[in-house]
Design a protein. Structure first.
Length: 457
């Protein structure tokens, strides 16, 4: 009973006679329905297309889709917006670049205001371009400027492999040894996640040799969200402007309530196909703080789409950068990926990040409580920061099982659950607040409970 009352308080469900009704407890379908009824964002679910349990039957029950941390669902308007661009191409050919409606020559500007709101930036600080790792390389060309004495990059020890590869190759390209120049932030012995004070201590320890601090916004494996503002302040305190700070926001953009400008982050990059639902291989995004906005203070790789708009088509070989993040663009924008991104960002505009973040905290707490109350003791555990540290997590819980995780994952797939696993032993569950419901979370835990009772092997 104490758990039920605590859950009701934390999740905002008013208990009256239900508190003594066993059919209306925390683990009941009724409780999930009450939470969904109170969800002011519940109508947004209808704006996305869910895969069906029986892929051949469009009328079958929808899958329990908890994989927005890997690939978000398709917005219903995505096909319409892509078709509009294909029709424009068919009907106008090259003249589509200067069409009266959404001309391709400025199509990269259509998403900027909404994207800026998602990441907490000024519109001039954001650009949509390329893919995540390409953008990381472009940013490091500008922001990683090593010297003989200041050449190190601080990164978390289990960063996403592509980040690891990008930083090591940048170090080598600058003529240094990655084995000597990478400073790894590691969890303490017996712990799964990093402590911010340990990151701060590393910054202080290497203050005279750090050229760049580059961390994830959310660590892809553990689901830990890093404390951006504290980390930036530590760099400024110990290194001044001699060390730059950047973040890979692959799992943070559209997930956390970000304030990149206010936090004084130097740069950030992200993909848009996870929580931002732009589709497989969707276009990437980048942030460059306005203090670098004149375009002249940093070296960069140059391309004609980064040239200022007013005389870009004079085709002069002299590069005069557009102010702000747009000045880091290389080539003309990808029209079709921007169409799918626009379909999703319109929904983010309706939802707003503060409301999405509030629902995310509630959904994830509900998942956490159900795992605690519905599963046998010791059946699984989360390595993601818990509820008391919810500012250090997003929508994802990373679960480790007593049973072999591959067997559990495979059995859940057969029951219509779509989530993912990462080697060696984690299954990642991510209820995305823009389209997932409390009933999705309830169904998942019931199916997981059945799977474990069946003895997945």
């Amino acid at each position: 009973m104490a758990l039920l009352e605590r859950a009701a308080t934390e999740l905002g469900v008013a208990l009256e006679g239900e508190a003594t009704d066993p059919s209306k407890g925390l683990g009941s379908q009724w409780f999930a329905e009450q939470l969904d009824a109170r969800d002011e964002l519940r109508e947004l679910r209808q704006e996305f297309i869910f895969p069906r349990v029986d892929r051949a039957d469009p009328e079958s029950e929808s899958c329990v889709y908890l994989c927005g941390n890997s690939l978000g669902l398709q917005p219903r308007k995505a096909k319409e917006y892509v078709t509009e661009e294909l029709d424009k191409w068919a009907n106008l050919g090259v003249e589509g670049h200067f069409a009266s409606t959404r001309p391709w020559v400025t199509v990269d500007e259509l998403c900027i205001q909404d994207m800026a709101h998602v990441v907490g930036a000024q519109s001039s600080e954001v650009a949509t371009m390329n893919s995540l790792t390409v953008n990381l390389h472009l940013m490091m060309v500008s922001f990683y400027r090593p010297t003989q004495t200041r050449n190190k990059i601080l990164i978390e020890t289990k960063a996403f492999p592509s980040d690891w590869m990008a930083t090591r190759s940048q170090i080598r390209e600058k003529g240094f040894d990655p084995d000597e120049c990478l400073v790894e932030a590691k969890p303490r012995s017996g712990e799964e996640t990093l402590r911010t004070e340990d990151i701060e201590a590393l910054i202080a320890e290497h203050a005279d040799s750090l050229a760049l601090v580059m961390l994830s916004g959310i660590q892809y494996y553990t689901g830990q969200a890093f404390e951006f503002e504290r980390i930036v302040k530590a760099v400024r305190k110990h290194c001044g402007d001699d060390c730059r700070v950047g973040f890979d926001l692959a799992h943070a953009a559209g997930n956390l309530e970000l304030k990149l400008h206010d936090w004084d982050v130097d740069f950030a990059c992200w993909c848009t196909y996870k929580y931002l639902n732009s589709g497989p291989g969707g276009i990437g995004g980048c942030f460059v703080h306005s203090k670098f906005g004149d375009g002249k203070s940093l070296p960069r790789f140059e391309g004609w789409w980064g040239h200022r708009k007013e005389d870009r088509f004079k085709m002069d070989a002299k590069f005069l950068p557009t102010e702000g993040a747009f000045g880091w663009q290389l080539s003309n924008p990808c029209v079709l990926p921007l169409a799918t991104l626009r379909a999703s960002l319109e929904l983010f505009r309706t939802a707003t990040m503060p409301r999405l973040r509030a629902k995310s905290e509630s959904l994830t707490r509900y998942l956490e409580l159900l795992l605690e109350s519905e599963l046998p003791t010791g059946a699984c555990r989360s390595i993601t920061p818990g509820f008391t540290r919810r500012h250090e997590r997003g929508s994802q819980l990373s679960l480790v099982f007593a049973n072999p995780v591959k067997a559990v994952h495979s059995a859940l797939e057969k029951k219509g659950v779509i989530c993912d696993m990462r080697e060696p032993d984690v299954m990642r569950i991510a209820p995305a607040p823009i389209y997932n419901s409390y009933m999705d979370v309830w169904r998942f835990v019931q199916l997981l409970k059945e799977t474990l009772a069946d003895g997945a092997k």
